[in-house]
Design a protein around this ligand. Sequence first.
Ligand code: ADP
Length: 479
Amino acid sequence: MKDIDIIFNQKKIIVMGLGITGIPVTKMLMELGNHIVAFDNNTGLDRDEIYSRIGKIAKGDLEMILAGEENIDISLLEGAGLVIVSPGIPSENSMLRAAADRGIPVWDELELSWRLLSDKQRFNTIAITGTNGKTTAVNLTGAILQDAGMRVEVCGNVGRPLLNTIKIDENIKRAVDDNIIRIIETSSFQLERTYTFKPRAGVLLNITSDHMDRHRCIEDYADMKLKLFSNQDISDYAIVNMDDSLTAEKITNIKSRENGPSLIKYSIKKEKGSHIWSGSGNIYYDFLSYKGKINIRDALLMGMHNTSNAMAASAASLIYGASSENTGKSIRDFEPLSHRMEYLGEIAGIRCINDSKSTNPDSTIAALKDFTKEVTLIMGGKDKNMDFLPLLAFLDSAVNNIILIGRSAPYMEDLFKSKGNVHSIFRCDSLEEAVRLGFKITIRGDVLLLSPGCASMDMFRDYKDRGDRFKRIVMSFKE
Ligand code: ADP
């Protein structure tokens, strides 16, 4: 039996994690008549709500187990043909280890969906990964291609699983063919459990310190990101950011591969070997049969990092036939996404910016790059064993006051006091207190920036909750 055929044979299939990917996976596998055993260690989940999200399905059946890892009986794997796991669950999980020992395939939703796509659908894929900028870059690429008149689906880690973009034909055991270009945001966690994934255009935006609580070291994390290119061949494209030192270092193995993908390199400044670069309000490109310039002057997206994202999106879009004129117009008109350097206006004489989506040091560095000593920075939260040392130089050049919140605050205070040069460092117990202090100590005309550089879950539901609360508190100072 071919491995993907398992799901068409009314088998027992284990689904680990009942979240954004677990629910559609369960639903689809039940519709095909399988017997699903689904686990989630969040015992607070509401069973009825999960059943109602899955909906009434005549075929298949579902056994739902909500219990901590320690209470799960490994013998439940008996007779299972496949395990589909949420990206958030690490490989050390006892059930996953037991599945591996028994030789049961363990895929994530991306691998499952990829195996279902037709050859034509696979040909029409762009996958974007990186520590920072993925959501911005996939949405920007989607906007460019859509404005150019193409049918697109922005999907993946962005919140809409790839599986949700396909319809399965049970007779051919594949997704129903279509002419959609799928732009897939791909995280390192997802790539960890992909084996056959082979996007026609793969984009690597950057690799910097993040998720060090999950990956053993930055090298392991980089290797996961590079899996994006590992199945690509001569008919594919690897689009890479040469300004990112780890990326530039790691791509040598793509270069040396016989029949490997066409390598398309971009950098902010024209360097030897760059195919795409920027200058005087334009993006210039010169690779394969593509040559020209794209006018991005007065784009609404702010900052050098977004020029970098725009270069990546342009490269992927040009390959799919977008013109320079259309690409430029789409980039110029693209509205910044909420919680990413979102300008809230001048409030009580202070320029306020919500960058709550900053969850690692490099995104805070990107936020600070365009400022000189004018920022009161609110940062801190849940650390992921990340390296904050590279941030120190940017604190020095851009920041007057640092207000620390969250679980990482004591560690950061020690680090910044012992190794940094900013002398005004404060600690607050809540975001409300931090914003109040921010308005008190920031000079009129200067900037109050929330760019936490850490995850939010120590104090908030997620980064959206953190950003929304910041906005509400800031707006209360309007009068
Ligand atoms: P992701 O989906 O990878 O988390 P987002 O587009 O949501 O990326 O942006 C996350 C954070 O990273 C925001 O704070 C944003 O301002 C910042 N950012 C966006 N692009 C880049 C980049 N190329 N380099 C560094 N930081 C970036």
